[in-house]
Design a protein around this ligand. Structure first.
Ligand code: NAD
Ligand code: UDX
Length: 440
């Protein structure tokens, strides 16, 4: 099949590459000429495990190409994915300007039947807006051609994006007409793996499904974070409580890990957007507002623990920081808890010596040549001249450190662990003070 992907970011690049990998002819479009240049020159603009080799393989096979030409992109695919960003507006609602601009470009250039697939996370009713924007452009050109608008939200997780796309739990498709439904069945047939993964529904339900999934997952995390804070006050251990409740199959073990708050480009903005949608519909979502509030507060939990132990004035102190990305296996720092911690530490006069296996270049982009933030080459190097160690991302390489060596390096041998990486007895046996989230 001929497929165009508009927006070559995390979702667009992964989707386009995976669709090419099963034999489709894919053209990816982006307005960011630099991104397209990097991809055309054999590079890759994001860190995502397995993606670079897959891009290379499909480019070499001639199934995957990149362009900035809107005209060429719209002419190419019968299926046109819209995978542009939907960042939060000032009021928390999803900013649809990029989605509408993409829809308009399609309307401005299309000549024959197309299925326009909304892959971006968009509020209920967006497919109608996309349809109207295209109709508008077609009318202005005096062109009369059929088209369908489909909602096909994406559930991939950064860091496991290729695997998630190639082996999905489910593929949600909101579609209103038989022709588009048939094409979507054909498109996703290679990803079915032994049983039907396609869940076909109406467009509005599909749009809501995406927000519902992220809101439910965020709710579990905020619930566990609040419970962890309570466990600390009551002298209970959240890790044992997690195992105790997770063993109930109705609850399950996934997404029950307390920590220093959820970040990323999805949960924070999608929770806010759904709260906003509910408010506009006159249907409060009290639970979700609390999920958001609890998460905002949770991002301060490590800073509070550091201040409780070292005092308000941190001038002259250096904090070693393990992790910058919002989660492991990505260089993405959007809404990362590390950013709140870094801000709080700077405010109190501290310096930071950070190590992240892949996100340092992203931190450099965000913080420029900030003199209070130094970048270390490896975890132990981050401890050079540091007073204490704080951990915000659970990278695998942090899981089994040499605690004796950490103790020897730190001026005040304390670890503040925002991701509950260690059994507390182990660092303590090495003579370290150990503060985690909700652990005894
Ligand atoms: P991103 O910011 O990484 O990429 C978006 C890309 O779209 C950018 O490269 C931008 O230059 C390009 N773009 C903007 N306007 C354009 C236009 N008119 N024409 C062509 N290109 C244009 O965003 P992302 O993380 O890939 O997210 C995209 C959407 O997918 C969002 O709605 C997001 O909520 C959703 N989503 C993201 C994830 C994730 O893990 N990142 C997962 C599921 C869903
Ligand atoms: C999320 C959804 O999981 C995915 O389905 C959707 O398509 C996009 O949004 P992503 O943001 O890439 O994916 O990462 P995810 O693994 O969900 O983690 C989000 C945040 O929650 C991270 O900051 C992570 O550290 C935190 N988290 C996750 C917890 O604090 N505890 C957990 O138990 C799980």
């Amino acid at each position: 099949m001929k497929i165009t992907v508009i927006g070559t970011g995390y979702v667009g690049l992964v989707s386009g590459t995976c669709l090419a990998d099963v034999g489709n002819d894919v053209l990816c479009l982006d307005v960011d000429a630099n991104k397209i240049r990097i991809l055309n020159e054999g590079g890759i603009p994001i860190y995502e495990p397995g993606l670079e080799a897959m891009v290379r393989r499909n480019k070499e096979a001639g199934r995957l190409r990149f362009t900035t030409s809107v005209e060429e992109a719209v002419a190419h695919g019968t299926i046109q994915f819209i995978a542009v960003g939907t960042p939060p507006d000032e009021d928390g609602s999803a900013d649809l300007q990029y989605v509408v601009a993409a829809a308009r470009s399609i309307g401005r250039h299309m000549k024959d039947y197309k299925v326009i697939v909304d892959k971006s996370t968009v509020p209920v009713g967006t497919a109608d807006r996309v349809k109207a924007a295209i109709a508008d452009e077609l009318k202005a050109r005096g062109v009369n051609t059929d088209y369908s608008v489909v909602s096909n939200p994406e559930f991939l997780k950064e860091g496991a994006a290729v695997e998630d796309f190639m082996k999905p739990d489910r593929i949600v498709v909101g579609v209103e007409d038989a022709r588009a439904r048939e094409l979507m069945h054909q498109l996703y047939a290679p990803f079915q793996r032994n049983h039907e993964r396609l869940i076909v529904m109406d467009v509005r339900s599909a749009e809501l499904t995406k927000y519902a999934a992220n809101a439910m997952l965020a709710t579990r995390i905020s619930f566990m974070n609040e419970l962890a804070n309570l466990a600390e006050k009551l002298g209970a251990d959240i890790e044992l409580v997690r195992q105790g409740i997770g063993s109930d199959p109705r609850i399950g073990y996934h997404f029950l890990y307390p920590g220093c708050g959820y970040g990323g480009s999805c949960f924070p903005k999608d929770v806010q957007a759904l709260v906003r949608t509910a408010r506009e519909a006159g249907q409060g979502l009290k639970i979700l507002q609390s999920v958001e509030d609890a998460n905002e507060e949770q991002k301060y939990v490590l800073a509070k623990k550091i201040v409780a132990r070292l005092g308000e004035d941190l001038s002259g102190k250096t904090i070693a920081l393990w992790g910058l990305a919002f989660k492991p296996n990505t260089d993405d720092m959007r809404e990362a808890p590390s950013r709140v911690l870094i801000g709080e530490l700077f405010e109190r006069g501290a310096r930071i010596r950070a190590y992240d296996p892949v996100a340092a270049h992203e931190a450099q982009r965000i913080y420029g040549d900030e003199p209070r933030l130094a970048y270390a080459r490896n975890p132990m190097d981050a401890l050079e001249g540091a007073d204490v160690l704080a951990i915000v991302t659970e990278w695998k390489e942090f899981r089994a450190p040499d605690f004796e060596a950490i103790k020897a390096k730190l001026k005040t041998p304390v670890i503040f662990d925002g991701r509950n990486l260690y059994e507390p007895a182990i660092p303590r046996a090495a003579g370290l003070e150990y503060f985690a989230i909700g652990r005894k």
